[in-house]
Design a protein around this ligand. Structure first.
Ligand SMILES: Nc1nc2c(c(=O)[nH]1)N[C@H]1C(S)=C(S)[C@@H](COP(=O)(O)OP(=O)(O)OC[C@H]3O[C@@H](n4cnc5c(N)ncnc54)[C@H](O)[C@@H]3O)O[C@H]1N2
Ligand code: MOO
Length: 406
């Protein structure tokens, strides 16, 4: 018996996904491991930065009182490499040789660049300063941050620059949002693992590698990747385990109306069915439900539909889990290649885009078929061709989603 499914629009499906509560939590991890993690708390400066007066150049530190009457001879009374300090004040007409980044004597007012000085042939203990400096060449205490200033705000995604800021303050650990735990269950008796000999009727499990990498590069933590034959008991056992131990479960395949497509019934029996058909192609079968507070996303087994479903529905979810907006940038673009088909449902084309000073042009980059593989590598955006009885016109304005990692 065919169960009737009630298709909803892409916008409605995205809105339903956006409304699913996601119980996020935090963890404290070493800064070393925090690249691309999202701060769960604002980090403030534990001390002023810099915390000592620092020389910006290699040269000679002198007192402000002596900064006149050039050329001006100074007696060299010390040498301050970076990392060292200087005991005692400078006296009248005294200079300390100093290196970039080094501690400036407390009563020095200016550091003269080495290039503006000349050695004195018969007096190695003195130096001749030829001209004055325009700037002090000293970075004062707290020039960049006072103690307690905000270094990085909560909800910032850390990058190598952010890690450098934290480490400049000696901070070793940060509290970040925990990554969503994602279990992946690929289904299909036709699926083989690479290494197994090619057999008629069977295919290699290409989504079994595509989905975990899409999840990982969009900020999820893949806990398990399973490959199941089409067997409802096995599927239910796996689903139960995955739901109990993860924030998100992605199933792949078995979501249509075939004899071995069990996800639809599971979704309809779940705590909350979000949708089990979308007015889009490819990916019309894309299904989502909530069971025991875990979101289960049923992606199509067809590789093109799986890819499309991931970026339209799963990527925003992974990002929301860590308090971040989607990285798929929705834009209005010009379709600069002809597309003749008409569609009863909105058609999502895999495409590439060019950006000419903000004017985005899109071109389909291969077959639009749900099962097509050939354009997966080169796709840089998804393009929506609205459902219509008329073919879309060349140069029409279309909605496109620019993808983050292609
Ligand atoms: N009578 C109907 N038949 C179909 C309908 C429909 O509405 N009525 N919808 C069609 C559409 S649209 C799609 S899309 C597919 C969706 O099928 P499923 O998502 O249930 O996936 P399967 O049937 O399991 O597989 C579809 C296709 O993809 C291949 N596949 C499956 N898993 C993988 C994998 N891990 N890696 C690579 N390829 C995979 C599978 O062998 C099939 O060729 O249903 C239509 N049928
Ligand atoms: O769900 Mo199918 O991918 O619409 O072709």
């Amino acid at each position: 018996m065919l169960t009737r499914r009630y298709p909803i629009s892409i916008d409605e499906a995205q809105a339903k996904m956006a409304a699913v509560p996601l119980p996020t939590s935090t963890e404290t991890i070493p800064v070393m491991a925090a690249n691309h993690r999202v701060l769960a708390e604002t980090v403030t400066a534990p001390f002023a930065y810099p915390h000592f007066r620092r020389s910006g150049v290699d040269g000679f530190a002198i007192r402000a009182e002596d900064d006149h009457d050039y050329p001006h001879k100074f007696n060299i009374v010390g040498n301050i490499p970076a990392g060292a300090t200087f005991d005692g004040p400078l006296g009248e007409n005294e200079a300390a040789r100093i290196m970039t980044g080094a501690y400036v004597p407390l009563n020095a007012g200016v550091v003269i660049m080495l290039e503006k000085t000349r050695d004195i042939a018969d007096d190695p203990k003195a130096i001749n300063v030829l001209v004055p400096e325009k700037h002090s060449n000293i970075t004062e205490v707290g020039a960049e941050f006072s103690e307690g200033d905000e270094l990085l705000a909560a909800d910032t995604e850390l990058n190598p620059g952010g890690l450098a800021i934290l480490t400049a303050f000696g901070i070793q650990d940060v509290t970040v949002y925990r990554k969503p735990k994602v279990a992946i269950i690929t289904t299909g008796t036709e699926l083989m693992r690479p290494g197994e000999p090619l057999q008629a009727g069977k295919i290699y499990n290409s989504n079994g590698i595509q989905i975990p990498h899409l999840v990982t590069e969009n900020g999820g933590e893949v806990t398990t990747v399973e490959q199941l034959v089409d067997d409802n008991d096995l599927l239910q056992k796996s689903l139960k385990r995955a739901i109990a131990n993860n924030d998100i479960v992605i199933t792949d395949g078995g979501v249509s109306v075939g004899d071995f497509d069990f996800i639809g019934d599971t979704a309809r029996d779940a705590d909350e069915l979000l949708f089990n058909k979308i007015k889009q192609r490819p990916g019309s079968v894309t299904t989502a439900f909530v069971q025991d507070h875990t979101l289960v996303m049923g992606l199509s087994g067809n590789p093109g539909a799986c890819f499309t479903g991931f970026y339209l529905y799963v990527e925003p979810l992974l990002r929301r889990f860590v308090h971040q907006p989607t990285r798929t940038k929705q834009v209005t673009a010009t379709l600069v290649a002809p597309y003749h088909k008409t569609n009863g449902f909105d058609r999502i084309l895999r495409a590439t885009y060019t950006d000419d000073q903000g004017k985005i042009s899109v071109v389909p980059n291969g077959p639009d078929r749900s099962g097509a593989l050939s354009n997966l590598q080169t796709t840089t955006c998804l393009v929506k061709i609205p459902h219509s009885n008329e073919p879309i016109k060349l140069n029409a304005q279309v909605t496109a989603w620019l993808l983050p990692f292609k």
